[in-house]
Design a protein around this ligand. Structure first.
Ligand SMILES: *Cc1c(COP(=O)(O)O)cnc(C)c1O
Length: 429
């Protein structure tokens, strides 16, 4: 099909990027399980290697199954291009890599997935990069944290472990004024609930491991580019605006315009960092995305019902679900994620750490796992697992203190989920 702006989300999630296979007519996107592609002749090979012609060389860089997924994700997010990667964490490095250099920093929200806080506060230091974490509700603090060496602002739309929605319009106004890109991790919301580019995001990253695949079978990530950032407006982004020695002095922004970031991501990022998504994983993710809107609607419906019920239980101190009227972020739902606040939230138990441990051990339908965004309902006690590497202050700031359990609501019958939670909460007391 030709992708037109007239097609709705439910149509695009099935058709975008997926044309009948030109060789066989196969209606479903084939898994191109191949490492290399035969060149027509030596001139064709040279043109491909010089980036004068777009085509397939070697599956570390490009693969037709992965390309279909890239096109689908770019379409669903309203971007111009996308680069798939081997995991969500790989996508974050791939998003930052063209922007950063030794001595450069990012300004990041305190409310992030625990693994991202660790990646940004520890591991990126090995590249000479650093991160400053600030409360993204304190807009003056965000402005004040940006300095001449800042190369990106980073936040999550609906923050993991849940309950917090970033005011993307306010944050993008700040990053725009500073002339630096805004990177939004849209994993918990998915493009069905939130479209960060419409709120000013430059790049959108995902862990496709979660709702996009949707059934806990794949580890994958993606970087989607809005195509809207002017990489040549100043001298801050030389990887994109200056001559690239590895391609005979080619300037990515001058040559590829709005696709500069995507071409750089493939031609330099995947070529040299090698964080490639494999075609089998791309296939599972394409399958998952076909039902994204249906699943997200059910996740939201179930989360509303279960979170509302949990608030009334006497073992529960608080439920942080932005879909509930009691949430301080409830008024951001209609503006930032109008189709609902997702399926992820936390519950704070009156009994503290010990009650949380008993609670997760007493559940039957819910599995205690380090994953989210599955059709299955999942829980995790973040303080003893995903957020274990953080200081108690960082845990509280991330919404993952010792008496907090993160709940990822699946698509099962809500009455069964409530009965299971009720039994485990009573056992936790
Ligand atoms: C899981 C997750 C990541 C990391 O993704 P992986 O695929 O596990 O590498 C990043 N951000 C958020 C919000 C996540 O939930």
């Amino acid at each position: 099909m030709t992708d037109g702006p007239s097609y709705g989300f439910d149509t695009l999630q099935i058709h975008a990027g997926a044309r009948p296979d030109p060789a066989t007519g196969a209606r479903q996107v084939p898994i191109y399980q191949t490492t290399a592609y035969v060149f027509r002749d030596a001139d064709h090979a040279a043109a491909l290697f010089n980036l004068q012609e777009v085509g397939y060389i070697y599956s570390r860089l490009t693969n037709p199954t992965v390309a279909a997924l890239q096109e689908r994700m770019a379409t669903l997010e309203g971007g111009v291009g996308a680069v798939c990667c081997s995991s969500g964490h790989a996508a974050q490095i791939m998003a930052l890599f063209p922007l950063m250099g030794p001595g450069k920093n990012i300004v990041a929200s305190t409310r992030l997935y625990g693994g991202t806080i660790t990646q940004f506060s520890q591991t990126i230091k090995r590249f000479g990069w650093s991160a400053t974490f600030v409360d993204f509700d304190d807009l003056d603090a965000v402005k004040a944290a940006i300095n001449d060496d800042t190369r990106a602002v980073f936040c999550e739309s609906i923050a993991n472990p849940g309950g917090y929605i970033t005011d993307l319009d306010a944050i993008s106004a700040i990053s725009d004024a500073a002339g630096i890109p805004l990177i939004v991790d849209n994993t918990s919301a998915t493009p069905y609930l939130c479209r960060p580019i419409e709120h000013g995001a430059t790049l959108v990253v995902h862990s496709m491991t979660k709702y996009l695949t949707g059934n806990g079978t794949v580890t994958g990530g993606v970087v989607v580019d809005s195509g809207r950032f002017d990489w040549s407006a100043n001298d801050k982004f030389p990887s994109l605006s200056e001559p690239e020695p590895a391609y005979h002095g080619l300037k990515f922004h001058e040559t590829f315009g709005p696709l500069a970031f995507t071409f750089h991501g493939i031609a330099i990022g995947l070529r040299d960092l090698g964080m490639t998504l494999n075609p089998q994983a791309a296939h599972y993710t394409l399958m998952g995305i076909e039902t994204l809107s249906l699943r997200m609607q059910k996740h939201v419906e179930n989360a509303m019902e279960v979170a509302g019920w949990l608030e009334t239980h006497d073992a529960v101190e608080a439920v942080t679900y932005a879909g509930l009227p009691s949430s301080p972020y409830n008024d951001r739902v209609s503006r930032i994620c109008p189709k609902g606040a997702g399926g992820l939230f936390t519950v704070r138990l009156k009994g503290g750490y010990d009650a949380c441990v008993k609670f997760v051990d007493s559940l039957e339908i819910f599995s205690h796992v380090a994953n989210l965004g599955d059709t299955r309902s999942l829980v995790i006690h973040s303080a003893s697992t995903t957020h274990r590497q953080l200081t108690p202050e960082q845990q509280e700031a991330a919404g993952a203190g010792p008496s907090v359990v993160r709940i990822s609501i699946g698509t099962e019958d809500p009455a069964d989920l409530i009965a299971d939670l009720n039994k485990a909460l009573n056992a936790s007391k």
